[in-house]
Design a protein around this ligand. Structure first.
Ligand code: FAD
Length: 550
């Protein structure tokens, strides 16, 4: 029997994870990537001797990574418990190597402590490290009355984590019924209330309300609008820690690419897909919405055509349906959704290298630097879509953990500032540079990086235009569709196309959502749909490769 084939459009974490799973299921799989290297948002910028991870830096849930490296031909590990009991019993990993045995063959993953340092505008800070006693001590120092509230918040967040993540995380909400079944639980857990309002029920202090609600920003969510189900992020981190891949996130991406090649899969760079080619039941090019419409292949820029049994798009939702599929054959509901959907915020990211002057930096690997306003700033970014004078930022200094990312005697850093997506009309070609200079001046003036201007040896940056024009993300969104309630679960684009046979989707724009753990879950959900549709043998679906805890 001829081997089945699969094409995956895009090499983000979701695309690579799906390709690995398809390859282990026996599909001869090729990843087609528009850029000249892998990773998508996790692409690596190498310049002047510095290595900058361009996107994700906070790695959580290391056993999701371990699952991928443990895949073997004929061992797809798709059924059985997603969270085996010993993974749940595992102590939080805070020292040594935190990647599992299969991961360690490709990349070293180590824990980072504290998870984050959160600076308030008055210069004080909160170190979040998941240690219950340390957390309580810091809460008491800020607002003694909030200690009792924290214990209640912790219990509520744990209940949401257990139901929303452990039990429902891998659910593909493909029908209204599948969604309706879980609504009573979500209401009981108060998980549909906006996260910030949820947090206000437990904390009096504005500082602590920010500390326990900012995390969805890391996956594009507005704490004022995301459902409180996102309180689970707090618990995911507390349970399994925050981790770093030595050499940067790019080393993890390269490891996944090597793993794919070791399994026999391929990746092609500079391979931009310009259309997903759809045929009718007779194999002729489909030109209407009636009858069967079957995704049979893709056309690349330059005209090359490739065929496959399965097509998976890891590209942005609006790009997949709005640009790659002929409008005459796609369901009209995609056009309506593309027009009406709320895209997530975007970001400006400044990559910079500076000389180490010998004085220790009073910073951590991950620093959240909050501006003077919290709710007001979020409203400016997400609703008013204006570029405010004040800003909050996430400052990443990986050379504090791994000096190999910079030439000797230097630090490599990036700082990420949430900004409105390109629906704002902001002209980044003129406003980008002055904005970036303001941010760097702020870091120096507030003493985060003393004498930065004099020590700066490299500066480059990206704006929402990079996401729109380089990564093909609608309106320059940085995280897919905004994770509001009405764009979650069933209401988020489905991983199996409703209108085109053989077309599947994966990644931040699809279920369950953005962030590297979620897109790895997205890949497993998508692979399960494909395994079911293609009747992949049960022993292949169930068998687990070495390295994953039993
Ligand atoms: C600056 C930043 C920081 C972040 N930090 C974190 C973090 O610390 N922790 C975390 O968990 N998450 C973080 N995230 C979110 C996380 O990076 C993303 O949710 C995740 O990486 C998205 O993966 P994806 O599979 O959806 O694919 P993407 O990374 O979006 O990749 C899609 C790929 O498709 C390719 N493509 C698009 N169109 C075509 C086409 N027509 N033909 C061929 N290829 C095409 C693109 O070039 C791209 O490579 C961050 C995101 C950003 C932007």
């Amino acid at each position: 029997m001829e081997r089945r084939t699969a094409l995956v459009i895009g090499s983000g974490f979701g695309g690579l994870a799906t390709a690995l799973r398809l390859q282990s299921m026996g599909f001869d799989t090729t990843v087609l990537e528009k850029l000249d290297g892998p990773g998508g948002r996790a692409y690596v910028r190498r310049v002047d001797g510095f290595t900058f991870d361009m996107g994700p830096t906070v790695l959580t849930v290391p056993h999701f990574i371990e699952e991928l490296f443990a895949l073997e031909p004929g061992k797809a590990g798709l059924s059985g418990p997603d969270f085996p009991p010993d993974i749940l019993r595992a102590e939080r990993i805070t020292s040594g190597v935190s990647g599992g045995p299969a991961t360690s063959r490709y990349v070293d993953v180590v824990p980072v402590l504290p998870f984050y340092r959160i600076y308030f505008d008055d210069g004080t800070y909160f170190d979040y490290d998941g240690d219950p006693q340390h957390t309580v001590e810091q809460i008491r120092a800020i607002e003694p009355a909030d200690v009792e509230g924290y214990h209640r918040f912790h219990d509520a967040a744990r209940a949401i984590f257990e139901r929303g993540f452990l039990e429902l995380g891998y659910t593909h909400f493909s029908s209204v019924q599948s969604m309706l079944k879980v609504v009573p639980d979500l209401l009981r857990l108060d998980a549909v209330r906006p996260l910030f309002s949820f947090t206000k029920r437990y904390f009096k202090s504005d500082k602590l309300r920010a500390v326990f609600s900012f995390e969805p920003l890391l996956v594009g969510g507005n704490p004022l609008a995301v459902p409180a189900i996102y309180a689970m992020i707090h618990f995911v981190e507390k349970t399994w820690g925050v981790h770093y891949a030595k050499g940067g996130t790019g080393a993890l991406v390269q490891g996944l690419v090597r793993k794919l090649q070791d399994l026999g899969g391929r990746i092609r760079y500079g391979a931009e897909v310009t259309s997903i080619d759809v045929v009718d039941a007779a194999g002729a090019r489909a030109t209407g919405r009636r009858g069967r419409r079957i995704a049979r292949g893709v056309t690349l820029a330059g005209g090359e055509r490739l065929e496959a049994d399965v097509i998976v798009s890891n590209a942005d939702y609006a790009h997949t349906y709005g640009a790659l599929v002929d409008p005459r054959v796609r369901l009209v509901h995609h056009d309506a959704r593309i027009a009406l959907a709320k895209q997530s915020m975007s970001v400006v990211v400044i990559y910079f290298g500076f000389r180490d002057d010998g004085a220790p930096l009073d910073l951590q690997h991950h620093n959240i630097i909050l501006g003077p306003r919290y709710e007001g700033l979020l409203t400016d970014i997400f609703d008013r879509k204006i570029l405010a004078k004040d800003f909050s930022q996430y400052l990443h200094v990986p050379t504090l953990t791994d000096p190999s990312l910079a030439p000797p005697g230097h630090h490599a850093a990036y700082t990420l500032i949430p900004v409105p997506h390109n629906g704002s009309g902001i002209d980044w070609s003129s406003r980008g540079e002055p904005f970036v200079d303001d941010v760097l001046r702020f870091l120096e003036a507030r003493g985060y990086i003393p004498n930065l201007a004099a020590r700066l040896v490299h500066k480059s940056f990206i704006t929402p235009d990079y996401f729109e024009h380089t990564l093909n993300s609608h309106l320059g969104n940085a995280f897919g569709l905004e994770p509001v309630l009405w764009q979650s679960a069933f209401f988020r684009p489905h991983n199996k196309s409703e209108d085109l046979e053989n077309l599947y989707c994966v990644g931040a724009g699809f279920q369950p959502g953005g962030g590297t753990p979620s897109v790895m879950m997205s890949a497993k959900i998508t692979a399960r749909e494909i395994a079911r549709d293609y009747k992949v043998a049960r022993h292949v679906v169930e068998a687990v490769g070495g390295g994953r805890p039993a």
